[in-house]
Design a protein around this ligand. Structure first.
Ligand code: C5P
Length: 231
């Protein structure tokens, strides 16, 4: 299922920056935002409640990875916060992912991180002692994620096609690393445009700095929205 709103990564250090940023948008514009570790650990669950009360949707990107029982209990709490989507590390295993699903229930989308895009094949070989190609490891984790009953994975746009082939077309591929034409790539290495992401088959795109650091964030958001929806 394709989400027409690009997810805005709210990578801000405190709630005051978030409030200033969101206040720029018209009240009736309901956004989909990503709250990551920095903001969540700085502000706690209050930031989620604040954003939800404004009527926006929330992807809480905390990448849980612990023993199944702990993850299940934590997921129950996140479900109560009313988040629309959250995630775990697939490396936690099928049992942990099943426990995450039990805890979170069907209250929203639950996805997994396969291999972080910051991990190179060499690092995977030496640090994790996984002696396959990076692509094989990503596909393997995606299949385990599907087997555990989760909805999809966070992945690079370059991996969408093989992941969907190895799982199903309904398996969600959420892709960061998106840059509208002509914008700064920053520290992202392999980037695609919103239009390319749509052609490739991404279901959700995550866009941070091209919107949050723009001189006119509302105009930048609208441009990404248009390009993603091929208007
Ligand atoms: O500013 P930018 O568009 O690069 O932000 C992308 C967001 O997606 C950041 O919050 C980043 O941490 C996150 N992300 C990513 N690559 C991944 C997983 C998450 O860029 N593989």
């Amino acid at each position: 299922m394709i989400e027409e709103r690009p997810i805005i990564a709210l990578d801000f250090p405190s709630s005051s920056e978030v409030k200033t940023f969101l206040a720029r948008f018209p009240k009736e514009e309901k956004l989909y935002v990503k709250i990551g570790m920095e903001l969540y650990y700085a502000c706690g669950s209050e930031i989620v409640s604040y954003v939800k009360e404004l009527g926006h949707s929330v992807f809480l990107d905390l990448k849980l990875h612990d023993i199944p029982n702990t993850v299940k209990s934590a997921m129950k709490v996140l479900a109560q916060l009313g988040v629309d989507m959250t995630n775990v590390h697939a490396a936690g295993g099928v049992e942990m992912m099943k426990a995450a699903r039990q805890g979170f229930g069907q209250n929203g989308k639950l996805i997994a991180v396969t291999q972080l895009t910051s991990t190179s094949e060499n690092q995977m070989h030496s640090d994790q002692n996984i002696q396959t190609s990076l692509a094989e490891s990503v596909i393997h984790y995606a299949q385990k994620t599907a087997e555990a009953g989760l909805d999809g994975v966070v992945c690079s746009a370059c991996e969408v096609e093989v992941i969907k082939r190895a799982t199903s077309s309904a398996f969600i591929c959420l892709t960061p690393g998106i840059r509208p034409k002509g914008s700064q790539t920053g520290d992202q290495k392999r980037v695609v445009t919103p239009a390319q992401a749509r052609v490739i088959g991404s279901d959700y795109i995550v866009v941070g700095r091209p919107i949050t650091q723009a001189t006119d964030p509302v105009a930048a958001y609208k441009a990404v929205y248009k390009e993603w929806n091929q208007e």
